[in-house]
Design a protein around this ligand. Sequence first.
Ligand SMILES: NC(=O)c1ccc[n+]([C@@H]2O[C@H](COP(=O)([O-])OP(=O)(O)OC[C@H]3O[C@@H](n4cnc5c(N)ncnc54)[C@H](OP(=O)(O)O)[C@@H]3O)[C@@H](O)[C@H]2O)c1
Length: 322
Amino acid sequence: MIDLVQERILVTGGAGFVGRQLCDMLRDRGCKNLFTPRSADYDLVDRAAVARMLAAFNPSIIIHLAAKVGGIGANRENPGLYFHDNLVMGVNLIEESRKTGLKKFVQVGTVCAYPKFTPVPFREDDLWNGFPEETNAPYGVAKKALLVMLQAYRAQYGYNGIYLLPVNLYGPWDNFDLKTSHVIPAMIRKFIEAGQEPQAQARGAVVELWGDGSPTREFLYVRDCAQGIIAATEQYEGAAPVNLGSGQEVSMKDLASKIRELTGAKADYTFNPNYPNGQPRRCLDTSRAEEAFGWRASTTLDDGLKQTIAWYQAQRAEQGRR
Ligand SMILES: NC(=O)c1ccc[n+]([C@@H]2O[C@H](COP(=O)([O-])OP(=O)(O)OC[C@H]3O[C@@H](n4cnc5c(N)ncnc54)[C@H](OP(=O)(O)O)[C@@H]3O)[C@@H](O)[C@H]2O)c1
């Protein structure tokens, strides 16, 4: 068990959606030597910048969250960038920190690494039994390659790198930009806007959603994810990847109807099958996380959605006042 308060912790992507929650929790625990460098100062795609960053902060632990991420649309528009940057950032950090005698490296991977047709619930041992769903394969494969790198470095250099696989996340500070957002913030925004626009109300607003509504997803509240990452950083020392999920599977149709109800929107909705569905089903087996470091998610989808909607509405009200 690592006492994080005693460590020098560097969190990449610390100002991002997951990073904010994680760093708040670490500060609340009393971690004083916490470093969250930004990309403007240290571009992790640049190997020399990574070396400079490690020399400047001399961390004993790195939690690597920085990534180029987005929903299906953003993945389809940036397959090359997502493959390159996600792979190279990890490669640079792992190789440079290997030379510094780092105590632990925590790589945050993604459910997008799983094969398109994985038996549900997804078990970590099935990770290599097929190719990921096409729209997010470049992102998923780049991240999955870092698992191999960590296992190889553990075998050859005794490098202590662990690898976590969070499912789709949601919560306060998520990205609500419709061009790049994931499905939950996109649905929340669309329903709230449809309910608020006077013209839309007058003509009976219809919210258009992507795909045919049949795919299922599992969603993990961002604070639960951050708690899982912290528990693993403290307690997990294995080479095998570990899923982080809520275990609750929901179809896009049911999610849309839930979000419409929780936002109080009067708008109707329709699914447009001309847009891609993405992976047909997603739901993780989370038993390894519970056995290895006693973590399980505690926030129900309803509670998490209520908190996310309340946060987004407060943000909109704040912006309206400015
Ligand atoms: N969101 C999800 O649903 C989800 C699900 C599963 C796994 N994950 C994983 O969780 C991690 C965090 O995701 P997130 O949603 O919090 O992402 P996010 O909000 O987009 O934050 C990512 C951060 O990465 C940093 N970054 C990007 N390119 C960089 C570069 N070249 N050099 C240095 N920093 C760079 C950015 O830092 P600056 O702000 O300083 O530019 C940004 O704040 C990622 O590894 C992602 O793959 C996310």
